[in-house]
Structure formats: structure tokens, C-alpha cells
Unconditional design. Structure first.
Lengths: 301, 411, 351
């Protein structure tokens, strides 16, 4: 409810802001004939993109010998449902789930808040050198991560954070260049007068951000949260390096447990992978509309 | 104002911290960490061994550090970061690279039934790790395919010659890809070089031997085997495919480098007719895993680590756990546990593995081995018909031997 | 530093903080102190009117990024720069060797091979990726039934990661049993050996990257939704054809998105590691055809025990990426359309 009130207030103050946003976007309209062609392409393409995934499902239902005999067919022949049970019971599932959630949701929360604040500063607070610093933010995307592996390890050892989830959560908690960019662009598109009005009303920069800009940027929040969710959920390298004991292991490590140097237990691996990837699919399915509507690149209204 | 208050609070915290008193709990237990690799079953085996140890030594707490993948990278990172595990699993081939991180230990070769075990843990004349499991190779054959062709199954106690092997494999081969039945699995150059009686390095690890005729002969042998009308799959035929599964469904007649880690899987098959026989010719190189103790360990931690390593390496109750019908890590290194090993799958000729531990050769310990192997793979698979090239193996190998020698000599 | 952390942890323990939370507690204490060092002078500067209030607010707002940047990026980078002048096997103590690592890199034929492979991959995969992403986004931007399901399905391949991805793609490209050659065989074509063939290994990796264009789709879709509808309405009234609308409205309006996609794609391509690592089990593929720069760097660091050399390679890569990015940015002025700059230009014209 408070959000709604706020939005109405803003709307009454700045009607053109809302109108200008409404005028953009919306899926393209097309003639029925081209729609039909497009539909055929969509179905065909879906088959192409889904086939590997269907093969994964089929493989997850095969016996070991069935995998070797399988070829490119996606009909399992055998229906070895026990693969799912065997796969999930080969590691402490609930504990791994808890760890994975911790290592995913905390970065999501922190990175969204931090990126929003930083993006707000670049968009709305005038300061000398702002442009140069923004360029540096974008430039940090250029650094290949493998390079700093050992120095980072030494840093986290100094911080006494070995064998914990902190080295996985912390680097993601200070905002990411990409999300900062997205928030900045979004805030730039909101009219400057919005900030000016708030400041005249006596709200400081913090209140202006926290109670006006942040709630308005819901689409970007969803977009950033989903993208960070995908990244963190599948993060493999950091847990592999920093986590030693079962207590803090995450799903990507569990998946690695199905293979060794000599062979891979393909059907169990695929069964477990499907369970692990399911939340990502659901998150994407339900959030996509918000994401697609939320990201903006032009940076002006 | 608020901010300066915060700063004050912060400085106060530091002050408290500086004067804070240390409260170490001293319950008398010693904690050690043990890093290892492996899949779910291998990890379960080691877990059981640790549990057996903790039963006997309640004053020592062993924390398992299971590294699911990229083992060596993770281990290096921990060592470089000063967080080396007290004990880490190490294969004889990788030992030279890690030797500097390990304590020199005392190993009594008479504890083990094969001289190979202790010898493989030596680097620069000193024991750098304590052997605890051997992974010799045998040859697994699908008996049904032999019967179908009216061929006599290979003898269980004496190896075939490499020529007999090739002749038999040719007879077993049938059909065309992708439904081809192969006489043999893919032959790996490094392993087959041994079977042919050759060796990568000299016994003391100071020279490369790839300019010897046997090196080129081995290459020619494998090139013939994986020719389009040959009896072994090429790299691309076998890419991403599990040879064990091929063997069990009868797509493969002989797998000449069958490792002990597949014993439990083999024992669990109820409808396949698989026999284990010695590797042809001079046998395959054997991997031996030892326990390296961190150079940083001292005092009670070092004591505990040595106690643990001795238990895992020589106590029959630990060694008995290495292979069972449910999980198989490898072959025990002490004589008392051989019976238990053989009993894991009485219907299989597991004794072939025990024979293999003496038949097998141990490759010399070379610190630059990873780099040399990378250069080798690059040369042999890019330039000769072993991979995608077409140059004469003898020429390529002779040329590579010089590169190899210069890396060995330290450029 | 570890001593400070330990003593803060002990203090926190004394006030009853559970053990698992002490490291983060200590980190926060240190962070607060860093903030104090940063904020107190800033506060004084504002009071004495040396800097504007808004400038101070700006620095407070971007401080999370600044500290994250200093802690987790600048620190480790400087450390790796220092390491690049040492010879270090990660196990024994580092030995100072001056510029030897850089001299060695300049003479290492594999470095040139790696640069060649990486650049080839970037030059082929980035434009292809941009074009296909754009096409896919145009398609998935249509208002048809079940579009949400379609979008999700097209996104699927981007969601599979780790070991499962390895197994999946080894199967897809398996010459005898794989999906691609299976389909080609139905069409009567004898497919290549893909990863085992030096001429086809890199194309296979490019195809692999195209399978995951769904990952970029979101961004392109967002860009399409960002195009003001009134432009299309006006064009429609003028009777412009679909093609004309695409060339004269969609494409120019999308140019910032395309540019963004190209830049991030380029950076990602320069940093390609996983694909080569997966396929070659960390070798370099036949004839080093998949020896990506980061893969070679990784092998030196963690397989050949040469961390110093790997650090030197890292800095060479960084400088290369930097140069290329600057070049691309310079070039972008010619084709990227920004509403804001255009508006300025229009204003100027009106005068």
C-alpha cells in the first residue's frame, strides 16, 4: 500500500514521467501471415534449443548400459526413476540446499542494494570526476577472474574466512558493474525534477534514493536479482576453492561428485542436474516479463 | 554527527579487540585435515577408513577435505596460501611437483608385499609420501564375444604377447561405426609403450627415451589399431563414451587398461560375462597413491598425522576397506588384506590385480612431467596419425625427444 | 593482517558472537574503520566547505563499489603484477627474476598461437552472436500465444552449467553418436570430427556459444521494448514497409544495445576459458586449435607450476583487452545512435 501511495504522489507531481515510460515497448504487432511463419520458426527453434535438455531428461531415466546404447534418441526405453532418488541421496541434499540458498540469496540482496545506490549516485548526484569513475566501473568488467585467484585466496585466508561461504558471498556483495550500469540508465530516464522536488521537500539524498528512486526501479531490481541468482546458484569455482568440508558445500560441487578422472555416472549426474537447474528455470519463467520491461540502455527519456 | 559517533564506536571496538583476551579451549583432541579426490564411491571408502581410525584413536579428529574436481589446482592454491591440509592424497606421478610441500617421512619397504609401493614414493632419494593404495591395471574381456567367434578366452595367469593381442582383437572386430564391435578399447600411448617394453623416461628420470625404436613401433602399432578397418576406436569414436559401459553391453571385447576403481561396478553387473586377465606384453604403468604430510605440520599435529598415515597405510582393518562389493578405490598394499580384497568379488579373477602390482612398472619421478606431457600430447596428436596429423612418428618422436630432454635439463 | 583479524574475532567472541559469525564480524569492523578513515576527513571537508555537499554524498553512495573494488580487484591485481616479476611454483618461496617472464612470453610461440586462437574466436563469434541474438530477440518479441514458454525454452541451454554441460556438449558433438552428426547423417551429410579435427574444433566451440545466445536474449528483448512506439506509429502512417522500419527505426534505436552486446561479448570472448577447458581436458586441442589465452594462462599457473609466468600473461592479456576495447569505443562513435547526443545536435541545429 505505501508504495502505491508513493507512486500516486509521484505520478501527480510528474505525470509526463509515467506517460513517457508507458509509450515505450510492448511486443511488436505483426500481420497474421507473418505471425504464422514466426510461430513455425518459434516451434522449430524451440525444438533445437530444447533437444539437448530433453536428451538430459531422457538420459536421467536410463540405466548405465542404456546411456551407452542411447545415441541421439530421446525416448528413454527404460524408465529408471530410481536414478533421481540415488542421485539426490548420494549427498546431504538438504544441507547443500541450505548452503546454496545462503550463497545465492545473500549476494542477490546485497548486490541489488549496493548497485542501486551506486547507480543512483552516477545518475543523479552531481560531482566532479563522476564520468571518469563510471568509466573505471565499466572497465573492471575487463579483468579476467582466473588471474586473481591466488591473491584473493591469500586475502580470504588473512580474513580468516577459509572453509566458509563468506568468500563466495562477499565479492558479490559490493555491487556489480553491469547492474550499476543498468540502474544508472534507468534512473537517468526518470526525470531530474523528481529528485529536485524531493530535495526541496527536505529529503536528503539518502531518503530520495531509498523512498523514491529505489521503489520505482522495481523492474531493474527484478532483473538484477534474477541475473545474480543464476550466477550465484551455478557458481562453481569459488566454492571449489574455498570450501573444504561438507558443512558448506553447494550444489555445483555435488554435481562434480558424479565423475572422476576415469568415468562419469552420466544418468545420476543428469538426474541431479535437472533437479538443481529447476529453480533457475522457474525463476526465469516467472520473472522474465519484469526483466525484459526493466532494462534500458539509452539513458535518456 | 552520526558518522563521527560511528567512527568513535569503531575505534572503541579496535581498542577492545586489542586488549581482548584469548580463550582457547583445550579438550585434548588433536585436529588434522585430510584432502583427497574422487567420486561419491571413492569418497565414501575414504570416509569409512577415517571412521575406523577415529574409533581406535578417539583423541585424534580427522576432518575430511573432499575436493570434487581440479584437485591439484585447489591443493596448490591452499599450499600457496599457507593453508595446506595436514595430509593430502598424492599420486606417484604428481608427487615430484608437490615434494617441496611435504615432510620427508620414514617408510619401511618391508611393510608392503611389492617393492614398487615404497619405491614410487621416493623423490630425490627421500620418501616424500606414505603409500596406501595401488591402482594396477588388468585387461577385462567380454567372454561372450570370444565364445561367439569360437575363440579361446585369454589365459588368466599369463599375459598374451602384444602380437597375439593384435591378432585376437582383429578377429573379434565386426561391423562398421556407429554399430561396430571393437576388438579392443582405445590404446593409450603411454600405457602401451610399457606393454611393448619401452619407457618414457630412463629409470633415474634424467633422460627421455622416445628416440628409441620401441617408441616409434608403439606409435605404429596404435595407428594400425585405430585405422578405419582396425580393431580399436579412434579418439573421436570414443569421445565422451564410457568404455566400461561399452564392454558390459558387448560393444567392446577387450579393455587392456581396466583399473581397480571399476571393480564394484563390475561386481554389480549380473548379466555380463566379464573376465579379468593380465595386461598383454610388459604390462601397464601402475598408479600408486600415497599420503603426503604438510611441511608446515609440527608437534602434536605432526604426531597425529603420522599415526593416521601409518594406520591407513599398514593396518589391515583400514586396508580391508579399500575394495568391497559396494565400493572400490584400489588394491591394498599390505599382504594381510589381500584375502579381503579377493573376497570382494569371488567370482572375478581379482588376483590378476595382485599379479599386476609386480608386473607393472613405475614411471620415474620427474618434476617437469606435466609440462613434458602437454608438449608430448601436442606433438604426437597434432602431427602424427595417432591424432589428426600424418607425419612419420619416428621423426616426430625423435624431434620431441630433444624438446623433452631440454625441459628435463632445465632449458 | 591476520593478527588484527584474530584479535578482533577474539573480542567479538568475548561479547558472545557465535564462532561462525566472527570472521564476518571482524570484516565488518575493519570495513567500519576504513569507512571512518574515509568519512571523517570528508565530513571535515564538507564543514569547511572545501567540497560541495553533493560531492560528499556522491562519494558516500559509491563507497560500496569503491571498497569492493579496492578489496577484491585492485589489491589482487597489484599482487599479481608483483608476482609477474617473480618465478614461483606456488609451493616453494618466490624468486625475483625481473622482466624475465615478459621476455619469455615474447619468445614463446604458444603465446602467439593463443593470441591467434583467441582473436579468431572473438572475430567470428562476436558478430555472429550479436546478429543471432538480435534475430532471436525480434522473434521472441512477437505477441503470440505462449511466448513466455518459448522464451524460457530458448533460454534453457544457458542454464545448464558445470559437469553436466561438459557431458552434454561432448555428446552433442560426438562424431558417431552425437546430435549434430546424427542430424547431418539424416540429411545424407557425413559430419566432421569436430573437437578432434584441428579445422573443426574452433567452429564447434563457436556453435556451442551460439546455443547459449538465449543468455543475451533478455538484454536484446529489453532493448526492443525500449524503442518508442510512436516512432513505429509514425512510420506506419507514412506507409513504411517492415524492412524499412527495421533499417530506419529498430536498428538505429537498438544500436546502443548492440554496441553493449558487442563489447561484453568481445570481453567474454577474450576471456574464454571454460569451453577450451571442457573440450580438451585442459590441453589445447588438436594442433593447439583450442589454446585460448586464458586456458594457456591457467595451465601455466596450475599445471606447470609457473605462477609468475602466468601472472605476466595475465597482464599481457589485460593490456590487450584494454587496447581492443578502446579501439572499439573509438570506432563506435560512427554507428552508435544515442538519443541524448542527437537531441543536443538538434538543439544546435535549431539555433
Amino acid at each position: 500500500m505505501p508504495d502505491e501511495i508513493l507512486e500516486t504522489t509521484i505520478a501527480s507531481k510528474e505525470p509526463e514521467a509515467r506517460r513517457s515510460r508507458r509509450r515505450r515497448g510492448g511486443p511488436t504487432e505483426a500481420s497474421p501471415a507473418s505471425k504464422a511463419i514466426a510461430f513455425v520458426v518459434l516451434v522449430g527453434g524451440s525444438f533445437l534449443f530444447a533437444y539437448p535438455f530433453l536428451w538430459m531428461i531422457a538420459t536421467s531415466l536410463r540405466t548405465r548400459q542404456g546411456v551407452a546404447e542411447g545415441g541421439i534418441t530421446i525416448w528413454p526405453v527404460q524408465w529408471e526413476w530410481s536414478n533421481y532418488l540415488d542421485g539426490l541421496s548420494s549427498f546431504p541434499f538438504w544441507q547443500y540446499l541450505g548452503n546454496t540458498l545462503l550463497a545465492t540469496l545473500l549476494p542477490v540482496l546485497f548486490t541489488v542494494l549496493a548497485s542501486s545506490a551506486v547507480g543512483f549516485a552516477f545518475a543523479r548526484i552531481p560531482a566532479p570526476g563522476s564520468g571518469i569513475i563510471f568509466a573505471i566501473v565499466l572497465a573492471t568488467m575487463l579483468l579476467p577472474g582466473e588471474v586473481t585467484l591466488v591473491p584473493q585466496f591469500i586475502l580470504f585466508r588473512e580474513l580468516d574466512m577459509m572453509d566458509s561461504l563468506y568468500p563466495i558471498i562477499l565479492p558479490a556483495a559490493f555491487g556489480s558493474p553491469f547492474f550499476i550500469f543498468l540502474f544508472r540508465q534507468f534512473y537517468l530516464r526518470l526525470p531530474q525534477s523528481l529528485a529536485d522536488a524531493a530535495m526541496i521537500d527536505g529529503a536528503g539524498w539518502f531518503r530520495t534514493w531509498w523512498s523514491i528512486y529505489l521503489p520505482l526501479s522495481q523492474p531493474i531490481i527484478v532483473a538484477a536479482a534474477v541475473l545474480q541468482f543464476m550466477t550465484s546458484w551455478n557458481n562453481f569455482l569459488a566454492p571449489a576453492i574455498y570450501v573444504n568440508t561438507e558443512r558448506w558445500k553447494t550444489f555445483p560441487l555435488a554435481l562434480a561428485g558424479f565423475s572422476n578422472a576415469n568415468s562419469t555416472d552420466t544418468s545420476l549426474l543428469m538426474a541431479t542436474s535437472i533437479v538443481v537447474v529447476l529453480p533457475c528455470i522457474l525463476v526465469f519463467f516467472f520473472a522474465q516479463k519484469h526483466i525484459v520491461g526493466g532494462i534500458s540502455f539509452t539513458g535518456t527519456k | 554527527m552520526k558518522r563521527s559517533a560511528l567512527a568513535l564506536a569503531c575505534i572503541a571496538t579496535i581498542a577492545v579487540a586489542a586488549t581482548g583476551c584469548a580463550a582457547e579451549d583445550s579438550s585434548g583432541t588433536t585436529n588434522i585435515t585430510f584432502a583427497h579426490w574422487g567420486n561419491n564411491q571413492e569418497a565414501a571408502t575414504l570416509k569409512a577408513m577415517v571412521a575406523a581410525f577415529e574409533d581406535e584413536h578417539p583423541d585424534i579428529d580427522v576432518e575430511l577435505n573432499w575436493i570434487q574436481s581440479d584437485y591439484e589446482q585447489k591443493l596448490q592454491t591452499s599450499i600457496a596460501g599457507g593453508q595446506a591440509p595436514t595430509i593430502s592424497q598424492m599420486s606417484n606421478t604428481s608427487l615430484p611437483g608437490f615434494a617441496a610441500a611435504y615432510q620427508t617421512v620414514e617408510v619401511d619397504p618391508s611393510d608392503y608385499y611389492s617393492e614398487n609401493f615404497a619405491a614410487s614414493m621416493k623423490y630425490d632419494g627421500e620418501y616424500k609420501a606414505i603409500p596406501f593404495v595401488a591402482k594396477p591395471k588388468v585387461m577385462a574381456v567380454n567372454g561372450a564375444l570370444f565364445d561367439a567367434k569360437g575363440l579361446e578366452r585369454p589365459a588368466a595367469d599369463a599375459p598374451m604377447t602384444t602380437d597375439e593381442f593384435a591378432a585376437t582383437a582383429e578377429k573379434l572386430t565386426e561391423g562398421a561405426a556407429p554399430d561396430k564391435i571393437y576388438g579392443s578399447a582405445r590404446l593409450w600411448y603411454n600405457g602401451w609403450l610399457n606393454a611393448m617394453g619401452g619407457s618414457f623416461y630412463s629409470a633415474d628420470g634424467t633422460s627421455c627415451l622416445l628416440d628409441e625404436p620401441v617408441a616409434a613401433d608403439t606409435a605404429d602399432f596404435i595407428i594400425d589399431a585405430q585405422a578405419p578397418d582396425g580393431y580399436a576406436p579412434t579418439q573421436l569414436d570414443a569421445e565422451g563414451q564410457d568404455m566400461f559401459d561399452w564392454l558390459s553391453i558387448g560393444r567392446l571385447a577387450m579393455q587392456p587398461d581396466f583399473g581397480p576403481w571399476d571393480i564394484a561396478k563390475l561386481a554389480a553387473l549380473d548379466d555380463a560375462d566379464i573376465e579379468l586377465v593380465p595386461v598383454p606384453g610388459g604390462g601397464a604403468p601402475m598408479e600408486i597413491n600415497g599420503l603426503g604430510i604438510s611441511a608446515d605440520a609440527s608437534g602434536a599435529e605432526l604426531e597425529a598425522a603420522l599415526t593416521f598415515a601409518e594406520f591407513v597405510s599398514t593396518a589391515p582393518e583400514a586396508q580391508d576397506l579399500l575394495t568391497s562389493a559396494e565400493s572400490s578405490l584400489g588394491v591394498p598394499v599390505v599382504e594381510e588384506s589381500i584375502d579381503s580384497f579377493l573376497a570382494a568379488a569371488p567370482e572375478l579373477n581379482l588376483n590378476a590385480f595382485i599379479v599386476g602390482t609386480d608386473q607393472s612398472t613405475i614411471s620415474a619421478a620427474v618434476a617437469k612431467d606435466p609440462q613434458i606431457r602437454a608438449e608430448f600430447d601436442d606433438a604426437i596428436y597434432s602431427r602424427t596419425a595417432l591424432g589428426s596429423g600424418s607425419e612419420d612418428p619416428a621423426v616426430v618422436l625423435a624431434e620431441f625427444n630433444e624438446t623433452c630432454q631440454s625441459i628435463l635439463d632445465g632449458e | 593482517m591476520n593478527d588484527i583479524v584474530t584479535s578482533i574475532e577474539e573480542a567479538l567472541g568475548a561479547v558472545g558472537l557465535p564462532e561462525g559469525l566472527r570472521p564476518i564480524g571482524a570484516f565488518l569492523v575493519i570495513l567500519l574503520c576504513v569507512y571512518a578513515v574515509f568519512l571523517v576527513p570528508l565530513w571535515i571537508a564538507v564543514r569547511r566547505r572545501w567540497v560541495a555537499r553533493s560531492t560528499a554524498a556522491f562519494w558516500c553512495f559509491i563507497s560500496p563499489w569503491v571498497f569492493g573494488f579496492l578489496f577484491f580487484t585492485v589489491g589482487p591485481m597489484v599482487y599479481s603484477l608483483v608476482l609477474s616479476f617473480y618465478s614461483w611454483d606456488l609451493i616453494s618461496d618466490p624468486v625475483f627474476v625481473g622482466g624475465d617472464n615478459y621476455v619469455r612470453a615474447a619468445q614463446d610461440p604458444k603465446v602467439y598461437r593463443a593470441i591467434q586462437v583467441t582473436l579468431t574466436y572473438a572475430v567470428v563469434s562476436v558478430p555472429l552472436g550479436v546478429i543471432i541474438s538480435l534475430a532471436v530477440a525480434l522473434l521472441l518479441n512477437l505477441r503470440v500465444a505462449g511466448i513466455n514458454v518459448f522464451r524460457t525454452v530458448w533460454y534453457l541451454p544457458s542454464l545448464v552449467t558445470g559437469v553436466a554441460l561438459v557431458v552434454l556438449f561432448l555428446w552433442v558433438f560426438n562424431p558417431n553418436y552425437g546430435l549434430i552428426n546424427g542430424v547431418l547423417a539424416v540429411l545424407g551429410i557425413d559430419g566432421p570430427a569436430w573437437f578432434a579435427d584441428p579445422n573443426w574444433a574452433l567452429p564447434a566451440v563457436v556453435i556451442m556459444s551460439l546455443w547459449t545466445v538465449g543468455g543475451n536474449m533478455v538484454i536484446y528483448l529489453a532493448g526492443l521494448q525500449d524503442v518508442p512506439t510512436e516512432l513505429y506509429e509514425a512510420a506506419h502512417l507514412d506507409g513504411a514497409s517492415t524492412m524499412r522500419r527495421f533499417w530506419h527505426i529498430t536498428l538505429p534505436q537498438m544500436s546502443p544495445v548492440i554496441f553493449f552486446g558487442a563489447i561484453t561479448g568481445l570481453i567474454a570472448a577474450m576471456q574464454t576459458f571454460t569451453q577450451g577447458y571442457i573440450v580438451t581436458q585442459s590441453g589445447g586441442g588438436p594442433n593447439d586449435s583450442l589454446l585460448f589465452f586464458v586456458l594457456y594462462l591457467y595451465n601455466n599457473a596450475f599445471k606447470f607450476f609457473q605462477m609468475g609466468y602466468a601472472s605476466a600473461l595475465a597482464w599481457i592479456l589485460l593490456v590487450m583487452i584494454l587496447l581492443i576495447t578502446v579501439l572499439v569505443f573509438r570506432g563506435s562513435a560512427f554507428w552508435v545512435y544515442y538519443e541524448s547526443t542527437n537531441a543536443k545536435a538538434r538543439k544546435r541545429a535549431r539555433k
